[in-house]
Design a protein around this ligand. Structure first.
Ligand SMILES: NC(=O)c1ccc[n+]([C@@H]2O[C@H](COP(=O)([O-])OP(=O)(O)OC[C@H]3O[C@@H](n4cnc5c(N)ncnc54)[C@H](O)[C@@H]3O)[C@@H](O)[C@H]2O)c1
Length: 270
C-alpha cells in the first residue's frame, strides 16, 4: 500500500519509523508538514535509503497518488485537507479526531467519502474498548464518563488560575462537566472525548484531575449500556517528543496499517 503522512511530529515519526523498518508492509510515498524541515529531519533520523518526496502543499501530495493518507498533524489540517483527499478517491486515517466534533466538518467529511467512494479510519488512539462501545451503541447507551488524570504540568497555568487552582499541591479535581465544555478548556482531551462520542453517540461527561505526583496520563472510562456496563482504566506513557501525546496513540496507527495491509484470514476485534 502506498502511504502518505501529513504531520512529521511525535505520531508521524513512529509511523515513518515503522514503515521504513519494514514493520508494516507499506511503501512511504510522501511526507508533508507545515515545517518541511521536520520531514527532512525524520528522513535523516531514520537514514532512509530512498528519496521520499517532501510535499510543500496538498496538490503535490495528491499528484503522487497515495492509496492512504495518514493525518497526524492538527485539527486545522483535518479541515484544510481531509475532505479534498477523500473526494480524490484516497482513504484517510484521522488522528486529530477532535475536529470531527464540529458538526459541519463531520458532514463535509461524510459527504466527501460518498463522492470519492472512500473511507475515513479513526484509530482507537490513546484509549481502549472502542470496539465494545460501538457494539453497545445500537441497544442504547445511558452514560459515558471520562475521568482523566494528568500531572499538573500538563495543564495551561492560565486556565488553572481562571478555574481557581493557582496552586495544586495534591491530586485535585479541576473540572467536572459536559465534554463540549471540557474540550474548550482542555484541548489536550479533545481526541479522547471525540472518539468516545463518535463510538457511543453520546458526548461524555468529563472529570479532570491534576496531580503533581503523577508521571502517566491516566484515563478511566465508564460506559453504561443496556447490554453491559464497562469500566476501563488506561495508564499511558507520554511520547518522549511530545508529552501531550500518549505513545499508545501512535502504536494504534501502526496496528491499523498492519490490519489494512496484511491479508490474514483472522480478524481480531471489531
Ligand atoms: N486520536 C488520538 O488518540 C490522539 C492521541 C494523541 C494525539 N492526537 C492528535 O494527533 C495529532 C498529531 O499529534 P502529535 O503528537 O504527533 O503532534 P506533534 O505536535 O508532535 O506533531 C504534529 C506535526 O504536524 C504538523 N502540522 C500541524 N498542522 C499542520 C498542517 N495544517 N499541515 C501540515 N502539517 C501540520 C506540525 O508542524 C508537527 O510537525 C494532533 O492533532 C493530536 O491532537 C490524537
Amino acid at each position: 500500500m502506498r502511504i502518505g503522512v501529513i504531520g512529521c511530529g511525535a505520531i508521524g515519526s513512529v509511523i515513518v519509523d515503522a514503515i521504513l523498518r519494514g514493520e508494516v508492509r507499506a511503501e512511504l510515498v510522501a511526507l508533508m508538514d507545515i515545517y518541511p524541515e521536520k520531514c527532512e529531519g525524520l528522513l535523516k533520523k531514520f537514514a532512509a535509503k530512498y528519496s521520499i518526496p517532501v510535499c510543500k502543499e496538498l496538490e503535490e501530495l495528491l499528484r503522487i497518488r497515495p492509496q492512504l493518507v495518514i493525518e497526524a498533524a492538527s485539527q486545522q489540517a483535518v479541515r484544510d485537507y481531509v475532505p479534498r483527499i477523500l473526494t480524490e478517491g484516497i482513504d484517510v486515517v484521522v488522528l486529530s479526531v477532535g475536529a470531527l466534533l464540529d458538526e459541519e466538518l463531520y458532514k463535509e467529511v461524510i459527504e466527501a467519502t460518498k463522492k470519492g467512494n472512500t473511507k475515513v479510519y479513526v484509530p482507537t488512539g490513546a484509549i481502549a474498548g472502542i470496539d465494545a462501545v460501538k457494539a453497545l451503541q445500537p441497544l442504547g447507551i445511558k452514560r459515558v464518563v471520562l475521568r482523566s488524570y494528568k500531572n499538573v504540568k500538563a495543564f495551561d497555568k492560565e486556565v488553572l488560575k481562571r478555574l481557581g487552582f493557582s496552586e495544586v499541591k495534591e491530586m485535585t479535581k479541576i473540572f467536572e462537566g459536559e465534554g463540549k465544555v471540557a474540550v474548550k478548556l482542555f484541548p489536550a482531551n479533545v481526541n479522547v472525548v471525540a472518539a468516545l462520542a463518535l463510538a457511543s453517540g453520546r458526548i461524555p461527561w468529563v472529570e479532570i484531575y491534576a496531580d503533581p505526583a503523577r508521571n502517566k496520563n491516566v484515563h478511566e472510562i465508564e460506559v453504561e449500556g443496556e447490554a453491559s456496563k464497562i469500566y476501563m482504566k488506561i495508564e499511558n506513557v507520554p511520547h518522549p517528543d511530545n508529552p501531550k501525546t500518549s505513545y499508545l496513540a501512535a502504536l494504534s496507527v501502526v496496528r491499523l496499517i498492519k490490519q489494512l495491509t496484511e491479508g490474514s484470514g483472522l480478524v481480531i476485534g471489531t
